[in-house]
Ligand binder design. Structure first.
Ligand SMILES: Nc1nc2c(c(=O)[nH]1)N[C@H]1C(S)=C(S)[C@@H](COP(=O)(O)OP(=O)(O)OC[C@H]3O[C@@H](n4cnc5c(=O)[nH]c(N)nc54)[C@H](O)[C@@H]3O)O[C@H]1N2
Ligand SMILES: Nc1nc2c(c(=O)[nH]1)N[C@H]1C(S)=C(S)[C@@H](COP(=O)(O)OP(=O)(O)OC[C@H]3O[C@@H](n4cnc5c(=O)[nH]c(N)nc54)[C@H](O)[C@@H]3O)O[C@H]1N2
Ligand code: SF4
Ligand SMILES: [Mo]
Length: 678
């Protein structure tokens, strides 16, 4: 008899879907979206509907491996778990003894969004060891910093409330591609008369279905937000009462945006002046209006300011007063669980360092591996991430990973390019095979998942690997013996009103539990900001075009005149499905405008080389109307080894950091493009 079991999609996606798994004779045979979940609503995205191909792929890693060939070659021999863990413990201990514990660097991101396997036993282990601390900036750091500057606290409009909006702006947000479970609420709103606009340098699937698309120059969103505010103030369309009661610095904001006339804003953003004025009026006078801001806007040099400036629009217009108004960037901050106790930062004081270790920014992995000296990074432990594909400045990252004196351990499900550089590869379980508790960044439901199928071969959860390593290192703190359930109870031991009273037993029964945020959730209807003495902070720095942009460094632009963005691929999850044959270079297209293709002798379907001072990548040209002249778009992340030239888009991306938060600048990247020789 087939059984239907509950799970949760663990991929790095705002939707955190509730999944129903059909299991027959211990094997999963079908995945579908839970029809009873208020956000999943019975469907999964196309990429995860096919997840069982990945689960049962013949390419899954099943046993620990030791490298036998050169780094990157992919030659390995099978070893036992005991041998693997002994060797890792010996090498980490040796690196710590010779260079100090900070010579060990963990590198992880969101391969799984589970708390336990993503930020649980691993954190405890590295804190107790005294390893360098990783600043996990690769995705959202600039946006977090910008929003915090403006609002102090980052609560968001719940997805369900978008159905009540009369105007929806998708701003740097490819909803159909990366957040598809918001879409049904937008459809419902439109059925009730709402208008839906997109603001993006690229006309993607979402833009094609919008009522109006605004092509914005990459990295100029802060200028656009200032330009909209200019019109709103000039025409007296602001909510003066809300501003007076809940904000600080209105005079400074008025002064800041005074020069952002529609004409000036058109020069900076590329959006015609009359459209800027019309959008400002419509946004300020339509109630409620909701903004779906996504992290696409903050992967540029001015990304922090962009997030801060856009965040002030619903504030100065009082849109937060209404259900169906406000803004959503991320809902994650409302998950006020006891994360400090899960991660046990206090263990750093018991490490040989006796103090918090140095911090290494994950967006500058190349610098960390090639330039750090006191101490150098001598051992790297990678899990839930594939830096060879996803990190900026790929050539230098690969050079760092190839260092013969670097001891690298990779916990993985597949032999990624990063794993190919490992000395020891450890086979990891998938979300269908281990217990975890999940937050979300696109809704307000906390979810529990138990294993629904057995792990194949000798694959183990990250939690278990770090528990075993702790034992081998002789860490006798009782927390290293915690079970998964102990860790979940630790997380739930929080007195915050959003989570107080949620128990493991309730999660076991209900699988998905809404945070106690109220329904509707109106986080700022009566103020409640935490930026400037309990108010929103309207004092923002001025905008400047990114160095790598059409209005940036003129000398650089003469050599590399095109702005390259590399937004998310609809068919993948970052590099996670990079082993699928259909994510190879056939689909690695460089989209460009005919006005840029023609003078270079490039026709649709030609092989082209995009290059700059950092590297080169080969793509198939796709000449279409998705971009304005001067902008080209590559797929976000492919495995370099699966690329025609051995490099993917990140070989072109600078190691420069964003204006706030120390994030990467994936979408501020000047390149030249030429046709490949015959
Ligand atoms: N299918 C799929 N889904 C995913 C992912 C994936 O790889 N594939 N990745 C997941 C992850 S890690 C994340 S963080 C989220 C991200 O979700 P999104 O933020 O929606 O995705 P991005 O592609 O990063 O950026 C969104 C849009 O921003 C646009 N953009 C680029 N530069 C600018 C700019 O300067 N201004 C403006 N206004 N727009 C700009 C891009 O063209 C893109 O359409 O998606 C998650 N979901
Ligand atoms: N050019 C460009 N680069 C980008 C972006 C872009 O838009 N453009 N987007 C950036 C963004 S927003 C992000 S978030 C990063 C994403 O960067 P990463 O977080 O590194 O994302 P993935 O490439 O999906 O790699 C996750 C890996 O974790 C593994 N994994 C999954 N579950 C588990 C588990 O339980 N245990 C272990 N041990 N491993 C597991 C998967 O097999 C996969 O190889 O990429 C960034 N890079
Ligand atoms: S990737 Fe996102 S949309 Fe797809 S199943 Fe997972 S959570 Fe849902
Ligand atoms: Mo991300």
């Amino acid at each position: 008899m087939p059984l239907v079991k509950h799970s949760v999609c663990a991929l790095d996606c705002p939707d955190a879907c509730s999944v129903l798994v059909t299991v027959e004779d211990g094997r999963a045979t079908r995945l579908r979206g839970n029809p009873d979940h208020p956000v999943t609503r019975g469907f999964l995205c196309a990429k995860v509907a096919r997840y069982l191909e990945r689960e049962y792929s013949p390419e899954r890693l099943l046993h620990p491996l030791r490298r036998t060939g050169k780094k990157g070659e992919g030659q390995f021999a099978r070893i036992s778990w005991d041998e693997a863990l002994d060797q890792i413990a010996t090498r980490l201990r040796a690196a710590g003894e010779e260079f100090g514990p900070e010579a060990v660097l963990p590198y992880s991101y969101a391969g799984t969004m589970g708390y336990l396997n993503g930020q649980g036993m691993d954190r405890r282990f590295f804190h107790r060891f005294g390893a360098s601390r990783l600043d996990r900036t690769i995705c959202s750091a600039a946006g977090v910093a910008g929003q915090t500057l403006a609002m102090g606290v980052r609560y968001s409009t719940p997805p369900e409330q978008f159905r009540d909006a009369k105007l929806i702006l998708a701003w740097g947000a490819n909803i159909l591609g990366t957040n598809v479970h918001l879409w049904p609420f937008i459809v419902e709103a439109r059925r009730n008369g709402a208008r839906f606009y997109t603001i993006d340098p690229r006309l993607n699937r979402t833009g094609r279905l919008s009522d109006k698309h605004f092509f914005v120059n990459p990295g100029s969103d802060a200028a656009l937000a200032f330009g909209l505010m200019h019109v709103i103030f000039a025409e007296g369309l602001e909510d003066a009462d809300y501003i007076a009661r809940h904000t600080d610095g209105i005079d400074e904001l008025r002064a800041r945006v005074a020069s952002y006339t529609p004409e000036a804003t058109e020069r900076l953003t590329g959006i015609p002046r009359h459209e800027i004025a019309a959008l400002a009026r419509e946004y300020a006078t339509t109630r409620p209006a909701a903004i779906r801001l996504n992290y696409g806007i903050q992967r540029s040099e001015r990304g922090g300011l962009a997030a801060a400036a856009v965040s002030l629009l619903p504030v100065i217009t009082g849109q937060w007063r209404y259900a169906g108004g406000g803004m959503q960037l991320s809902t994650s901050q409302a998950f006020r669980l006891n994360v400090p106790q899960l991660a046990r930062e206090d263990l750093q004081l018991r490490s040989p360092l006796g103090r918090p270790a140095r911090v290494v920014n994950m967006s500058q992995l190349a610098e960390a591996l090639l330039d750090l000296e006191h101490p150098p990074v001598k051992a790297l432990v990678v899990y839930n991430s594939n830096p060879a594909a996803i990190a900026p400045d790929q050539n230098r990252v690969l050079q760092g990973l190839a260092r013969e004196d670097l001891f690298t351990v990779v916990l993985e499900q597949f032999l990624t390019d990063t794993a190919r550089h490992a000395d020891i590869v450890l086979p990891a379980t998938t979300f269908l095979e281990h217990t975890d508790l999940y937050f979300a960044y696109g809704h307000y439901y906390l979810q529990l998942a138990r294993p629904v199928v057995p792990a194949p071969g000798e694959a183990r959860p990250n939690v278990e690997v770090f528990r075993q390593l702790a034992r081998r290192m002789g860490f006798d703190d009782p927390c290293f013996a915690d079970t998964e359930d102990d860790m979940i109870r630790t997380l739930l031991a929080s007195e915050h009103p959003f989570v107080r009273g949620i128990t493991l037993e309730q999660l076991e029964r209900e699988h998905s539990v809404r945070l106690r945020v109220g329904e509707p959730f109106l986080p700022f209807a009566e103020g409640g900001f935490e930026a400037s003495g309990g108010r929103a902070n309207l004092r923002l720095p001025d905008y400047e075009p990114p160095v790598e942009s059409r209005l940036g460094d003129a000398a650089l632009r003469t050599r590399f005149p095109l702005e390259m963005i590399s937004p998310k691929n609809d068919d993948s999850m970052n590099s996670t499905f990079g082993n699928r044959p259909d994510t190879d270079m056939q689909t690695a297209v460089l989209e460009m405008h005919a006005a840029d293709a023609a003078p270079r002798g490039i026709a649709d379907g030609d092989l082209v080389r995009a290059f700059n001072q950092r590297g080169a990548t080969v793509f198939t040209a796709k000449v279409n109307g998705s971009l304005q002249p001067g902008v080209v778009a590559a797929p976000a992340v492919r495995w370099p080894s699966r690329s025609q030239h051995g490099r993917s888009a990140n070989a072109l991306v600078a190691p420069r950091l964003t204006d706030m938060g120390g994030g990467p600048v994936f979408y501020s990247c000047l390149v030249q493009v030429e046709k490949c020789g015959d």
